[in-house]
Design a protein around this ligand. Structure first.
Ligand code: MCA
Ligand code: AMP
Length: 537
């Protein structure tokens, strides 16, 4: 079935199926334009009518559809007379149309700012005030509160984009794009021009906008294409959200730069993934995806016989999961390491030894080092701070020059905040974090953000938020509360309040009450002691 977006456009304009020639016209762009979309377009397949995205409701978007639909939206954005470098903030359900909006924003030379659909009004208000987007695109059902927030914070244009299940009532963005031409000359960008801002909450609690340039993204996409041996027969099964690096860049850019098909599932569902594996060759996921797949009785070698590679990242993959996966499927998971600020830094090899419990070796062109607290290079197997330098490393934090400067060494390496060691073959193991961070089901949760909200509650004297091991999510958020004298507060009440205020995945799964928090001689809360006490809980 033709994708509704394009058949819907065609139907109203009786356009001939294929107005464009073959792919020759795009190859000229790659040499002079650093715009990320120009790189993708130069690698479109010869047959532009072949499928780029297949959706779970059997809609098909050809490469020509992608080109034309992103041109229409790029023309709409350009018609708004936005400032150079204008931000386009997007909080919508995953869909092919959402990916097309991303591509349109990039090719029009604007800055794409994806927001987790779980974020609630207080979180969204922070991002809008901080990033000051000129355009906001949200789901229709959120339009009421999002548009109020957006206009209050100075946004001039708010559009809606609906999940595909809603059919042709696809929201105001596509309705408005319909009347615009379906050809657009991708804007000439410099390598260092901004392409996206991704917010990664700070250990101090204030979210920071990681500024990613066209070259940050293009250089990483190119090195991953080689490292993971993408080929013309590949089909990517894409089940990740589109509002984080893993799904939006690592997965989508892999297929786009390779000029091969993606099958888009709205979200991860283990049983549904199994039904698609026989038609796909590449799958990417957070460890929770693999834990869940292994719980499926029919997840076998037979199910995976068409698969070429399973890639894991965003959070630690337990050795137990790694080994069990090989026993069940015959495949060895390829684990890699990334950050919003750096995209991918290291990867286990596609051909060669994949070592469980490690995130592999530094990618070509990426300089990763492990140093002591005196910034001396660590010896083999010596634990130290992981630092990185390379074209993949971001431009800095949005409007935070001082914070950015703090995060880089004098010789230009970025402090990842991770702690690890290299083995004698150069395989990196992440053994901990110097930053106070919980990774739950692949989502990052910064305890400081949650502690600040809890500490503002009238009954609370102070709190500590920690991550405890969890078989499925890797870690889960847990809060320890010290109440003010004579005050009462129940776990249920606290959780209910937090669910009204912050994204669900950040809400503690358990709450404990103590008379006092353990502190060291410096007065710093000893979270390691709290983790030890409650890990057995
Ligand atoms: C959902 N819940 C969660 C999470 N997800 N709680 C903690 N952590 C989570 N990650 C809550 C739901 O709100 C719900 O709460 C309850 O758990 C059960 O929901 P469930 O249906 O089981 O969850 P789900 O909808 O299936 O989601 C689990 C998930 C999802 C599929 C693992 O979290 C996911 O897609 N994670 C991937 C995140 C990602 O893309 N990470 C990449 C970041 P209640 O019952 O109270 O309603 S990029 C990155 O890290 C770097 C750059 C890199 O290297 O990639
Ligand atoms: P973010 O940039 O906020 O999405 O999260 C990046 C962080 O996720 C890194 O600094 C690591 O702490 C963690 N991370 C990413 N990939 C892995 C991995 N393969 N193993 C362990 N931690 C990882």
């Amino acid at each position: 079935m033709k994708a509704s977006l394009v058949s819907w456009i065609n139907a109203r304009q009786n356009l001939p199926e294929n107005k464009f020639g073959t792919n020759q016209k795009y190859s000229a762009m790659i040499s002079t334009n650093a715009n990320l979309y120009a790189l993708f377009a130069a690698n479109f397949p010869q047959d532009l009518n072949s499928c780029c995205i297949e959706t779970e409701d059997a809609r098909y978007f050809s490469w020509l559809d992608i080109e034309r639909a992103s041109a229409k939206i790029a023309n709409l954005l350009s018609s708004l007379q936005l400032q150079v470098g204008a931000r386009v903030a997007v909080q919508v359900e995953k869909s092919a149309e959402a990916l097309i909006l991303y591509l349109a924003t990039v090719r029009a030379g604007y800055v794409y700012l994806p927001l987790n659909t779980a974020y609630r009004d207080a979180e969204v208000e922070y991002f809008l005030r901080d990033a000051e987007p000129e355009v906001v695109v949200c789901a229709p059902q959120q339009f009421g509160w999002v548009s109020q927030l957006a206009f209050k914070t100075g946004t001039r244009h708010v559009f809606t984009l609906d999940a595909p299940a809603a059919g042709n009532n696809s929201g105001s963005l596509l309705q408005r794009a319909l009347s615009h031409p379906d050809q657009f000359e991708t804007v000439q960008s410099a390598p260092d021009d901004l392409a996206a801002i991704l917010y990664t909450s700070g250990t101090t609690g204030r979210s920071k906008g990681a500024m990613l340039t066209h070259d940050n993204l293009a250089s990483n996409a190119k090195v991953l294409k080689e490292t993971w041996a993408w080929n013309k027969h590949d089909v990517l099964l894409h089940t990740l959200p589109l509002f984080h690096v893993h799904g939006l860049f690592v997965a989508s850019h892999g297929a786009l730069l390779n000029g091969t098909k993606m099958i888009f599932l709205a979200k991860f569902n283990a049983a549904q993934v199994l039904s698609y594996l026989p038609r796909t060759t590449v799958f990417m996921g957070v460890p929770t995806y693999y834990v869940r797949l292994l719980q499926e009785s029919n997840f076998t070698q037979e199910t995976c016989k068409n698969m070429r590679v399973f890639i894991s990242g965003s959070a630690p993959l337990l050795l137990d999961t790694f080994l069990k996966f090989t026993r069940c499927t015959g495949h060895t998971i390829l684990e890699r390491y990334g950050m919003s600020e750096t995209a991918m830094l290291t990867s286990n090899p596609y051909v060669g030894k994949r070592v469980g419990g490690t995130v592999g070796q530094a990618l070509a062109g990426v300089d990763v080092r492990v140093v002591t607290s005196e910034s001396l290079a660590c010896a083999t197997d010596e634990i130290g701070d992981i630092q990185v330098k390379g074209a993949n490393v971001f431009k800095g934090y949005w409007r935070m020059p001082e914070k950015t400067a703090e995060e880089f060494t004098n010789d230009g390496y970025f402090h990842t905040g991770d702690v690890g060691k290299f083995d004698r073959d150069g395989y990196l193991s992440i053994v901990g974090r110097s930053k106070d961070l919980i990774i739950s089901g692949g989502y990052n949760v910064y305890p400081k953000e949650i502690e600040s909200i809890i500490d503002d509650m009238p009954e609370v004297l102070e709190s500590a938020v920690i991550g405890l091991p969890h078989a499925e999510f890797g870690e889960v958020v847990v809060a320890i509360i010290i109440l003010k004298p004579k005050k009462t507060l129940s776990e249920l009440t606290l959780i209910a309040r937090l669910k009204e205020m912050i994204a669900n995945f950040k809400v503690p799964k358990s709450v404990y009450f103590l008379d006092a928090l353990p502190r060291n001689a410096m007065g710093k809360v000893q979270k390691n002691i709290l983790r030890a006490i409650y890990k057995k809980g």
